[in-house]
Ligand binder design. Structure first.
Ligand SMILES: Cc1ncc(COP(=O)(O)O)c(C=O)c1O
Length: 405
């Protein structure tokens, strides 16, 4: 006999969950495409995409099918054995990118942890044990393990947890002169998001990205790109680095990789991978067949001209609607980002209102994100129906008018 389902509400959260989040007051229970329904049956347009995760919307039939099929076949073996979905997914990621080797993990932080460890290990093995400096950027976000918060450029996330990993230097984003001032032959890696997501939806300039590549080459350092948020079609190309004409040494991807099923990957070259050996790094779940089967289905759909080309068209619909709202309410100082990672920065007179607008938007029936206190962020499904964009932006406009009026 099945156990009776325990009745839970938003209030239960405050009783049972570690208080590290402050979730919205409603509890989503169902999703389809770019619509979500809560416990009360209220319907929302989803412009948040689970923070750039549900790139094909909720419960996409192909992903549901992959999950069900693999779920009835083989869930888990550990890395004592390999499995077909992982081998297929790795082969397809390699065919689609600069990469020649793949390491699978379960979250963005873990993919980055692997990347930072690999960068240091490579430098130690190939060059010198003293080549350990990592250059990273103010406002960067790379995850919540102690190494990744330390490489991230936001002390509010890394302070208070005791001694941090050493030899990490932070300089301003998009400031090549600042990087030149600190890079030296003891530098093993520059770590950068091609589009800073949590840090305010700020794309790297082409000169900056190309300059970083050159500086890495001059100092035998690795260019490590965190594409956890910007990757898997979000920018309109499979990976954002393709917009910049640079070849990275290591790229991390997560979020949209599994379309909502937890999985991440670190991509690199044969040369860099060659320093690794069994036992040097690992994870129980990484490359799990269930996760990889879903990710393979997601990649097959995302990495097509139909989906990637549709990103620019959908972006334009968002930008047009945001500009119309701006013309009416004098709201934004900047509308930026790439593809369907869109940031709308509030003007100084509206500073600090981003969270209020997010809450008002939910009340009007549209889920949006913020990046910091002054930037509204949109990271919807890459295949969102244009009619959903129109409807969601109508609700968003009503919310903004309420907050400002
Ligand atoms: C650029 C970037 N890197 C890493 C992470 C961490 O990913 P996860 O939360 O899956 O560990 C995030 C999450 O927001 C991110 O945006």
């Amino acid at each position: 006999m099945a156990a009776e389902k325990l009745a839970v509400t938003r209030a239960t959260f405050d009783e049972v969950i570690l208080p590290v989040y402050a979730p919205a007051q409603f509890v989503p229970v169902k999703g389809k495409g770019s619509r979500i329904w809560d416990q009360e049956g209220k319907e929302y347009v989803d412009f948040s995409g689970g923070i750039a995760v549900t790139a094909l919307g909720h419960c996409h039939p192909a992903l549901v099918d992959a999950l069900k099929t693999q779920g009835e076949t083989l869930w888990h073996t550990s890395n004592v054995f390999t499995n077909e979905p992982a081998l297929r997914l790795a082969s397809k990621l390699i065919a689609a990118t600069f990469a020649e080797r793949v390491f699978f993990a379960n979250s963005g932080a873990e993919a980055n942890e692997a990347a930072f460890k690999l960068a240091r290990y490579y430098a130690t093995q190939r060059h010198s044990p003293f080549k350990s400096k990592i250059i990273a950027f103010h406002n960067a976000f790379h995850g919540r393990t102690l190494f990744t918060v330390s490489v991230g450029g936001q002390p509010k996330y890394s302070d208070g947890f005791g001694p941090k990993p050493a030899d990490i230097v932070h300089v301003p984003f998009n400031d090549l002169a600042a990087v030149k001032a600190v890079i030296d032959d003891h530098t093993c890696a520059i770590v950068v998001e091609p589009i800073q997501g949590e840090g305010g939806v700020m794309p790297a300039t082409p000169e900056f990205m190309q300059g970083l590549r050159q500086l890495c080459d001059e100092h035998n350092a690795l260019l490590v790109l965190d594409e956890v948020q910007s990757g898997m079609g979000r920018s309109g190309k499979l990976f954002a680095y393709e917009h910049y004409g640079v070849k990275p040494d290591i790229v991390t991807t997560a979020k949209a990789l599994g379309g909502g099923f937890p999985v991440s990957a670190m991509l690199t070259t044969n040369e860099i991978a060659s320093v690794m050996a069994p036992g040097v790094h690992g994870t129980t779940y990484g490359g799990n067949p269930l996760a990889c089967a879903v990710a393979e289905a997601a990649l097959d759909i995302i990495n097509t001209p139909e989906v990637l080309d549709g990103v620019a068209q959908r972006r334009q619909l968002f930008v047009d609607a945001l500009q119309a709202l701006d013309a009416k309410l004098d709201l934004f100082s900047d509308i930026r980002g790439m593809g369907l990672l869109i940031g709308a920065a509030l003007k100084p007179q509206h500073a600090g209102k981003a969270r209020d607008i997010l809450n008002a938007a939910a009340a009007e029936g549209v889920m949006v994100l913020v990046a910091g206190t002054d930037v509204m962020r949109f990271a919807p499904s890459l295949v969102i129906d244009p009619a959903d964009i129109t409807e969601g932006m109508k609700r968003f406009a009503a919310a903004v008018e309420k907050v400002l009026g």
